[in-house]
Design a protein around this ligand. Sequence first.
Ligand SMILES: Nc1nc2c(ncn2[C@@H]2O[C@H](COP(=O)(O)OP(=O)(O)OP(=O)(O)O)[C@@H](O)[C@H]2O)c(=O)[nH]1
Length: 319
Amino acid sequence: MNRVADQPEIFHLQNDASDEPPKVLLIDEESSNIVLSLQALPYEIEHLIDYTKLGNHLNYNVRLPSLIMVNSHCKMVNVDSLLVRLKQSELSKTIPVILFCDCINQCPDDKIRAFTLGCDDFISLPIDPREFVARVQSKVQSALYHQEVMEMAFKDDLSGLINRRGYNYALINEWARCKRAKKTISMLIVDIDNFKEFNDKFGHAKGDELILLASETLNKADKRSSDVVARYGGDEFIFLLPDCNYDGASKIARDLVERFNKLNMTHNHLLKMSKFSISIGVSSLIPNQKNTASDLFARADDALYKAKKEGKNCWKRAD
Ligand SMILES: Nc1nc2c(ncn2[C@@H]2O[C@H](COP(=O)(O)OP(=O)(O)OP(=O)(O)O)[C@@H](O)[C@H]2O)c(=O)[nH]1
């Protein structure tokens, strides 16, 4: 099997199943009447006053907004650099952005530049309530269609985790980010032990249930919001841990092996059928000119092989 990361494509991830109302992120340093107008709509509103906290609202492990609205009069926000940042990030580049502006005093060149930098629409201040609702709803609606398509492309149907394509994006992005910041990036490859035997003995449907249980258990690991948990394929899962060294990664690996062992003591009907455990390979690298993201994977894969060879139900680190 070719285990090297594929080429990147558009990556837009939404973490939760969307029975929840669409989310709108408003960047405005004041509690203005924009907030009041938004609150009248059936959306979840996140009002970001402290612009430096943007990363808390746009990361792999939160439900992403369907629309970002920015009051271009915010003194603390440089709209040009904000648009560049939003449109450069794989997570936010497809989320529509509406700017509020004082259209009477707005220079047309500023608007044209904003469009060039990725702004999708403008709303004039003071707000005309009917126009406000029409513009916001139309942008949210098209964003929802887009998110649906992206979910189909990047989410694993069975587990709800990020799929292999999504993992490839995350790897390319996070590797580059850690390289720029000269930070360690770690990876865990997790494989269910003797899954084939379970499948053969109890059938594919029960095997699917076990994969789902494994996914839920992996998701409960003590990880950061920037960490990525993906189903790589079959009974294999990957944790991608940016800015995390061997010690941090080993702690998660140890915790996971224990978590699965403890699962066997519960009264889950699947676990009465068979003992359930995982093996993990751990690798860490500081990206530089001489190594690649594929090295990180290959080393974790070797370590996983070692864990399997040395009896399974354990974790091993790369040499
Ligand atoms: N139920 C189910 N089975 C799957 C799915 N994808 C892959 N498989 C099966 O998963 C099994 C993977 O087995 P392996 O990892 O090769 O073998 P294993 O028994 O886990 O062996 P060790 O990893 O050495 O413990 C194969 O039998 C696949 O057919 C799936 O989505 N659902």
